[in-house]
Design a protein around this ligand. Structure first.
Ligand code: CP
Ligand code: NVA
Length: 318
């Protein structure tokens, strides 16, 4: 059974088709006769954390592909009262055709995938957020290979540099490090030493047979130099609220201000997975910059995730 728990669950050779599907689904959205590969299926969304983009884009996307989505807050099901992840996976596999899961511990999605008999999609864990990275990569490629599709989109990413500022030990940073390796991009991260990428990331790269090619610095201007994309994320990820004061204090030198953004390439893009906290990790001026593509990113969650669901469905038929 094919799952999507991390960026490398699709091989590089599978990406052109996936991007071409996203491109077509975007262009033809709402047209009569659009493909319904999930017809007759029900997918369960199990969420232990808040969500605007991920929840809505999956619910809409599953519906548009002909399927039915049911949203389960973890606390509304028995898992919230201690039923094991494994039993939950086995029971839900008897009812539904796939699971989309947002949780804290990354091992939860791995255990659901191992115990169940339906595809599992990682909709964000404390460790990785692969749906966001595929969407981001597609969104960049749309700019860099305008009007093109498939391989040309994927090829447009190779050799580009992304600068990631702020919490460089969060799920978005780790996912982008793995994603950069998959897409052949360079990545430079800047943040406080206390929030530098940790050994768990190096263990993941080693397990995936990937070289440790990312660059970490405490100097934000060094990270953004020659960058094609400046990327940031919230300083206080879901579940880290108790550390709010300390995080804001140590990460404030890494805010993406107009000055920091100006240190990147002249045509650099600004990206953020959202939600954003204007005045913290990014200034309102940068959010409003014409080169900020944050709402294209948000929209593309729908098209890219639909392409991921199509690919998982195609893999199931083989
Ligand atoms: N970027 C993202 O995953 O947003 P949500 O938390 O709103 O789903
Ligand atoms: N790092 C953030 C991403 C939100 C989409 C979090 O985990 O809260």
């Amino acid at each position: 059974m094919k799952h999507f728990l991390k960026e490398t669950d699709f091989k590089a050779a599978e990406l052109p088709k996936l991007f071409a599907t996203a491109h077509t689904l975007k262009r033809t959205r709402g047209r009569a006769g659009s493909p319904k590969p999930l017809a007759g299926q029900t997918w369960a969304l199990i969420f232990s954390k808040s969500s605007t983009r991920t929840r809505v884009s999956f619910e809409v996307g599953i519906h548009e592909l002909g399927g039915n989505a049911i949203f389960l807050n973890k606390n509304d099901i028995q898992m919230g009262r201690g039923e094991t992840v494994e039993d939950t996976a086995k029971v839900l596999s008897r009812f539904v055709h796939g699971l989309v899961v947002r949780t804290f511990d990354h091992s939860d999605v791995e255990r659901l995938a191992a115990a169940g008999t339906v595809p599992v999609v990682n909709a964000l864990t404390d460790f990785l957020h692969p749906c966001q990275i595929y969407t981001d990569a597609f969104t960049m490629a749309e700019r860099w290979a305008k009007g093109k599709t498939g391989k040309a989109l994927v090829d447009s990413l190779r050799g580009r540099k992304i600068a990631f500022l702020g919490d460089t030990a969060c799920n978005m940073a780790y996912s982008w490090i793995l994603g950069a390796s998959l897409f052949g991009m360079k990545i430079s991260l800047a943040g406080p030493k206390a929030f530098a990428p940790g050994p768990e990331l190096d263990a993941l790269l080693a397990a995936e047979g990937r070289k440790k090619e990312y660059h970490f610095t405490t100097d934000p201007l060094e990270a953004v130099r020659d960058a094609d994309v400046v990327y940031t994320d919230v300083w206080v990820s879901m579940g880290k609220e108790e550390e709010t004061k300390e995080r804001i204090r140590t990460m404030s030198p890494y805010a993406v201000t107009g000055k920091v953004f100006a240190g990147a390439k002249r045509d650099a893009l600004f990206m953020h997975c959202l939600p954003a906290h204007a005045g913290e990790e990014v200034s309102q001026e940068v959010l409003d910059n014409p080169r900020s593509i944050i709402f294209d990113q948000a929209e593309n969650r729908l098209h890219t995730q639909k392409a991921i669901l199509c690919a998982l469905q195609a893999a199931r038929k083989k």
